[in-house]
Design a protein around this ligand. Sequence first.
Ligand code: CA
Length: 511
Amino acid sequence: MGRLVLTVALSTLASLTLGGDRPNILFIMADDHAAHAISAYGSHVNQTPNIDHLAREGMLLESVFVTNSICTPSRATILTGQYSHLNGVPVFNRFDSSRMTVAKLLQQAGYYTGMIGKWHLGSDPAGFDRWEILPGQGAYTDPVFYTATGERRYTGRYVTDVITDLAIDFLKTRPKDKPFFVMVHHKAPHRPWEPDAAHRAQFANRWIPEPETFWDSYATRTDALHENQQRVADDLTRRDLKLEPPPDLPDAERASWLAEKPTTVTRAPDGQTPTLTGEALARWKYQRYMQDYLATIQCVDDGVGRLLAYLDSGGLAKDTIVIYTSDQGFFLGDHGLFDKRFMYEESLRMPFLVRWPGVIKPGTRSDAMALNVDFAPTFLDAAGLAVPADMQGRSLVPVVRGRTPADWRTSMYYRYYHDPGDHNTRAHYGVRTRTHKLIYFWKKDQWELFDLVNDPSELHNLYGQPGQVELTKMLKAELRRLKQAVRDDDQFADEQPPNGVDGPVAKLRGK
Ligand code: CA
């Protein structure tokens, strides 16, 4: 009898100290997956049945925004819960992995932690019991993965499938006496949008509707849109468009041929098809871009389905929070653009779907304004841990429970630094409220003001227009207030951005 009591007491102790009722966290993040390419968000261009599953069984957040719309900075923000100016990653610079991160805190609290897929922070992952990462951007086919002990090439395999396999292996082999936290970071649908053969075939002849703002003339907008080089019509390369180099081209010239931005394209080598130029060419480029972009997403969606099925078959689903998101939004021909960077809605908005059985009411939505600085505090709160004071976000746990606090934020601060960068996109900062957006391109001293209720596509810059004086004054005051509140002292305002973090992990290369 005494022995039985002791056994029960020990098992209770074990469940309290080792996890027990603490939820597992499966965080799936794609790279450059815009919310408007998810059917649960009302996509006009594709269907994502497996990602949608999370919306049906959990909550879809409608207003999640990135604080700096570019890959590496968003990843640093998600790990640290801090804006770029505090976590030291405003552009593509190396993350100092001695900094505190949510992974370290969860690991210290007894979580088994994992990082699978695209890392892109230039330093070794820290705070993870198991990590298998792509060097830099990684490759779509025959991908190499680095681990703490070596590297492995997956010859003949497609990156999205390998990441899903590794994530499932993480779940299978994890220690069963601990809760887990695993970040599954897909490379897809990042440029150059190279689908696997099956999904390429699925989209090869599909016609994708053009967005309403595809032919945006940028009238009323500042120099920034006119000067940017992320336009579908002008800035997609032959590599992006999957054009084949002439067969007799020497290898040395192949790379520069592929990097060219074509102004004419002859669609068929037999000469039967007319050479495309101007508007017809822009439309054709849009189709090529979107067919490939969406085909890579379809494989990610399949991978989400496989992970959810594994959680079901392994009896893990009820104890596991599953999140699907992307490191930022993306332009799908909106304003004639591809890529991200700008504070405009398509690039600013992150998809965020979360399932948490027994806590989140299935099929719910929230329009509470959430930010990527909130993710780390959310994971900690869900795990029953305190949120450190130097994290700038706020836990979304009350939001997803359907009890958004009365004092929840109604405005957000944004800042983008990578100017000129790869796309000649002008540095800017700004404020978005629930109804308006004010953007300041500080190197140009130019402003844009949008009424998001009456002009949700942000086509009409109201800055300096009659009748906007009071509104502009109010928004400038709010921008100043937020900038101070997040402690942005312009430290990186004049930063000359490097063009990329070092891809391979330093430790492995002996540097
Ligand atoms: Ca990205």
